[in-house]
Design a protein around this ligand. Sequence first.
Ligand code: ZN
Length: 554
Amino acid sequence: MATKLDISKYGGSPASTRRSPTPASLRASWTQDRTTRNHAINVQIANIRKAKKVDFCIVMDCTGSMARHLAACSSHVLRLVEYVGKINGSVQVRWGFVGYRDHEDGARRLEWLDFRNDDGRAFRTVVGEIQAFGGGDEPEDVLGGLWEAMQRLSWSGGTKIIFHVGDAPPHGRIFTSGSDNYPGGDPNGLRHETVLRKMRSLGILYYFGSINNSTDRMIEIFQQTLGKITVFNVKSTQPQTLVDQFVKASSVAIAQSVMLTSTIAFANASTLGKADLPMDPNQPDNWKNVPTIKGTSYTFNIPKSMDKIMSLEYWTRANLISGSVAIKVAEKPFSKGVERYAYYGRSIKAMSKDEAVVLKKFADEGSVSDFERYLTSLEVQTIAAYMAFEFNRYNCTLSLLLLINDVLQLLKLSVHCALFPPAANAKKVKFLKARVIKTAAYGEPRYCSEEPLYRDANFKRFNCNAGVITEFHSTLEAFAHFTYQFTEGYLVVTDLQGAEYQTEFILTDPAILCVDNLRFGQTNLGSGGIKECFVANHRCNSVCQQLGLKVIGA
Ligand SMILES: [Zn+2]
């Protein structure tokens, strides 16, 4: 039997000795009062709840060449239901299907199954019985299939998805130069622009499963209307691998879509509808030609106790540590997140080599509260760094005990073996060290956040503050759980994004859900958010268990 460790030994202090936080945050200038904030949060949580109701429709070519894919599509659904249930327990999916063939196939040109909320059972049976036949010339009635999905199915979910799988393009010379009975396009006059505009107006998110390159041109053309399309690989000729590819594609499509739909709730109204700044994905050719800007840097000391995390006095300007800095900033940003643009930069050092950094600026800056907003993001990242420190320390202590256990086992002192749980496989969690920089290059103060350049090709978002897990890692979900337990339910560190390495995760830009809803900016959804976005979705995993965390939802 595993012995649970007492987490309170590893940091913090008993809750009874803590000062309760003062009623209003000192960094609350972005909002008016708790009542207004409560109202805004309730609206956001209602949106998130809605976004977690998903209509998922697979639109699939059912002509002669598609038998393998129909079989994989039918059998992947039960595994998918199980996977979604395990990873994102609060997401509810209704399953729908449209199969299309070609104009020569008469009454069996189109077949469909309306959305069902039955864990994919009807989907599995119906799709399993569909036969792959017909087709004729190379293109198929792709547009008819997509149109049917929008017309026939009863779309009502907060998140609407079409996952389209096919091995041939639509009719028409713009899509193919192969043999085509309708080179002028759809014989019923259906145009792709009409289909795609309808899709956009219904708020349906489109994904494609690619089998060969005959549909590449179609995706290029579709992207002109829909923007960047995520294309999944469903090319395997091995039946089991093909099922795996379907499970992966469908689960990513569902998680990404729910995240996207619920993120719209957070996008600052003032940046929505505003054209993006022109971007440049490359670093400047020669940093020597980029002017140096002088400024002041600000950081907070890592708090190292729960008292300090909860004490609003700790996070005031009086406690900032400042220093002089010199930086260079690329002229154009290289990317844009929900709220901020990211620029390449250089931190100029007098005594050593310049450091490559990333500078982040709010897209809608220019208000009096700019400095406070930057300090809020600094506060979030500093607290997350402290939580990671405690998590790693706790995990380390556990590892040491495990080592002792191993030694005892080696010495055949089996009587002690039962004292300790099996080896923990948690990786370390680290956050990039951030600071706020104030410059006055153009007469008025300008701010940005700075962190070391850590651009990794594998940079990903693992989960978001709406509580959707886009890529599951037991360590990261256990880390979120750890922060909840360590702070006795006061906060949860979420929105984990960064890169995974052999022994650690390097993360940046987290968000904090906290019972004090006037702290941590607009991504903090208060105690309602902790309940809806963390507790309702979290399923304890092996790392939670090995760390001895109290089971959530038991
Ligand atoms: Zn857990």
